[in-house]
Ligand binder design. Structure first.
Ligand code: FMN
Length: 381
């Protein structure tokens, strides 16, 4: 009933609050024999952790992960999973709870303060408590395990995310370069627009305001066959996974909302036989999913992240006693939460795919059909 778990065969349960002593995740259902080192999980956590640039919250967390259970050296001395629950532990190190005194009794418009009280009658207001995106560190840790499962069973799987829009400013897809993503503070694949975003976000940040964004996540190397009609559709599970991320208000797969403007001819991802004798899709409006089942093309998902609710500009609200008042939020906040949502989106994609792969293997007995030949238009649907 408490809904802190996600997934079926590859199942994660996260726990912890923003200003509690620690947070973490239990990953249950991971197959045995998957090589797993804390350093591999740490690499993903380091991409999400706060304090990395002036464009994200200045809260200082090392996000150092410890593997408490579920691994053991194999005969060759490599640390591998044992098939038992994997518990991952991350200590909170830089809580500053006094910043939140003002919102103890007041509800931040756009945040979860009002609804937590409406539902539970009690809330840990420090840093947003359980509604804080501190929780997403645990998902990123679990996502690193999911990536290991995918590559163990499938070989070369790539799951990458990028920020494709900040406020009204979109990337130019003609300049898309995955290598650029790690070269700027925004996970932006377009180095030209990334440079322009610096000034744009600086102005927003200095004004004590915030701005929304769009994240794109692409999974490549996923075979045909993952996902199940009717209620286990891969696209529905990806959408649900992305919607669980804090501040996400819209999700689309492939051409998504833009498909409303397409004709049948434009939308059809035509199929030929490629030079290697495998099916060759000429486009990828479907985002790699047909009938809820992966087609072997790149899986493409985008999600919209709303602007940070905690802003310095006073907003009208009410307090717990029912009085009308105003609130402006102190503390350290991301001016554009979409930036740090990029590794979180990658993690949720990995978790869904690992879970679907294990379910496919359980029902059908294999790991899916070989991927088709490259899509001509690549992942840039
Ligand atoms: C990576 C990340 C960081 C976030 N940081 C903040 C923050 O610093 N301040 C804030 O008010 N909201 C932040 N949020 C958003 C809130 O957690 C979220 O708006 C809140 O829990 C209410 O949930 P909802 O927006 O999904 O309805 C962040 C979200 C993400 C994904």
């Amino acid at each position: 009933m408490s809904h802190n778990s996600f997934g079926h065969l590859f199942r994660i349960t996260t726990w912890g609050e923003s200003h509690g002593p620690a947070l973490g995740v239990v990953v249950d259902g991971c197959p045995p024999g998957v090589p797993l080192e804390a350093a591999e999980i740490q690499a993903d956590l380091d991409r999400r952790k706060p304090g990395g640039s002036r464009f994200v919250t200045q809260r200082r967390e090392s996000d150092t992960v410890e593997i408490l259970s579920g691994v053991f050296p194999d005969r060759a001395g490599r640390q591998v999973t044992t098939g038992t629950p994997i518990s991952l532990f991350i200590r909170n190190e830089d809580q500053r709870s006094k910043d939140y005194g003002d919102i103890k009794e007041k509800f931040r418009p756009g945040h979860a303060d009002f609804t937590y009280i409406a539902k539970y009658g009690i809330r840990d207001y420090r840093g947003g408590g359980r509604s804080s995106a501190r929780e997403t560190a645990a998902r990123v840790a679990a996502g690193a395990v999911a990536r290991k499962v995918l590559s163990h069973l499938l070989g070369n799987v790539t799951i990458r995310g990028a920020l494709v829009q900040m406020g009204p400013h979109r990337v130019d897809r003609a300049r898309w370069d995955w290598r650029a993503v790690s070269g700027n503070p925004f996970f932006c694949p377009d180095p030209v627009v990334a440079a322009a975003w610096e000034d744009y976000l600086d102005a927003i940040r200095k004004a004590g305001s915030s701005i929304g964004a769009v994240v794109e996540v692409v999974a490549e190397g996923i075979p045909a066959g993952l996902g199940a009609p009717i209620y286990g559709k891969l696209d529905s599970e990806i959408a649900a996974a992305m919607m669980t991320i804090n501040a996400v208000k819209g999700v689309e797969i492939g051409a998504g909302m833009a498909s409303a403007e397409l004709t049948g001819e434009e939308n059809a991802d035509e199929i030929r036989i490629g030079n290697d004798g495998r099916p060759l899709f000429l486009s990828n409006n479907a985002g790699g999913i047909l009938g809820g089942i992966s087609s072997g093309q790149p899986i493409v998902c985008r999600f919209a992240v709303k602007p940070t609710s905690s802003i310095l500009t006073p907003r009208r609200t009410i307090d717990a006693a029912g009085n009308e008042t105003e609130v402006s939020t102190k503390g350290r906040h991301d001016p554009c939460v979409g930036i740090r949502a990029v590794p979180v989106g990658e993690a949720m994609m990995a978790i869904v795919l690992a879970d679907q792969l294990l379910r496919h293997r359980g029902q059908v007995g294999n790991c899916g059909s070989a991927a088709p030949a490259e899509t001509e238009s690549g992942a840039k649907s």
